[in-house]
Design a binder for this molecule. Structure first.
Ligand SMILES: Nc1ncnc2c1ncn2[C@@H]1O[C@H](COP(=O)(O)OP(=O)(O)OP(=O)(O)O)[C@@H](O)[C@H]1O
Length: 260
């Protein structure tokens, strides 16, 4: 890779009592790429993602965003720095509308007294921005912006969560198992959405156990094993069974992948 990474991590360590969830873990995300993170259950993928997104503060190690060292003490700090995460449980409020969900926690207030003092929301602006973003991502065909999220299908909800992340993530978007709870058709739509987000220039970290999905969309695959990055592979040069063999320790990755 000739470009500089957007985000790098070196030597991350996170211990939970006697369990070492991250054991001197390195990580690199480059501009414009979809980087999949795969690994066995308990390998430490979620902990790595939490360290990058501010949900967990590592005990040791360095994270740099755009070449500057960062230490996020909360997900809000990571969000403010441009790192958006779509969690498995989506963190949407079912009873609220699509527009309200898109702006959850970052509502736009009316200007002047009404907003500053009465905390009144600028709903028309929020609805317009939500509509624009969903249209841009090809999601407006299925949704009415003031519809409650609880009336949407799983795939549509995932769409709202991804659109929200794409709308606010200025540096990168992290997606934790975005297709895990979805049917075949809905998964397809979400994969297309991920590719759309990439086309718009945002790099994506995709954590997934679904090998066909990973091999379909990823530019590079970070294989995580025993709390650290074992290797990074190009999905065009390896098969799914190679990836699983590296992940489980059945086969050692070649030197070139280890150095990646
Ligand atoms: N909050 C916590 N308290 C104690 N131990 C934890 C905590 N979070 C994670 N761990 C432990 O850290 C290790 C790594 O867990 P992590 O969830 O990061 O793995 P993972 O690769 O995401 O697994 P999975 O694919 O099953 O979600 C595991 O042994 C897990 O039990």
């Amino acid at each position: 890779m000739t470009q500089e990474p957007i985000l790098t991590a070196r030597g991350l360590v996170k211990r939970y009592g006697r369990v070492t969830a991250l054991n001197s873990c390195d990580f690199d995300l480059y501009p414009g790429e979809i980087l999949a993170v795969i690994g066995d259950n308990g390998a430490g993928k979620s902990t790595l993602i939490k360290a990058i997104s501010g949900a967990v503060v590592p005990d040791e190690g360095i994270i740099e965003l755009d070449g500057k060292q960062v230490l996020f003490k909360s997900p809000i700090e990571a969000r403010e720095a441009g790192i958006e995460t779509v969690y498995q449980n989506l963190a949407l409020s079912p009873a609220l509308s699509i527009a309200d969900n898109m702006f959850l926690g970052r509502e736009i207030r009316k200007t002047g007294f009404l907003g500053d003092w009465l905390r009144m929301l600028d709903r028309p602006t929020m609805e317009k921005r939500a509509r624009d973003k969903l249209t841009e991502l090809g999601l407006m065909t299925i949704q009415n912006i003031s519809q409650a999220v609880e009336t949407l299908s799983g795939g549509q909800r995932q769409g709202v969560a991804v659109a929200r992340a794409a709308a606010f993530g200025s540096k990168m978007v992290i997606m934790d198992e975005p297709t895990a709870a979805l049917g075949v058709k809905e998964s397809r739509r979400v994969l297309e959405l991920i590719l759309d987000v990439k086309k718009r220039g945002l790099p994506i970290v995709l954590i997934s156990h679904n090998m066909p999905h990973v091999f379909e969309v990823a530019d590079r695959i970070h294989i995580h094993r025993l709390g650290r990055r074992l290797c990074v592979i190009d999905p065009k040069q390896y098969t799914m069974s190679d990836a699983v063999a590296f992940m489980t320790g059945a086969k050692l990755p070649p030197e070139a992948a280890l150095a990646a």
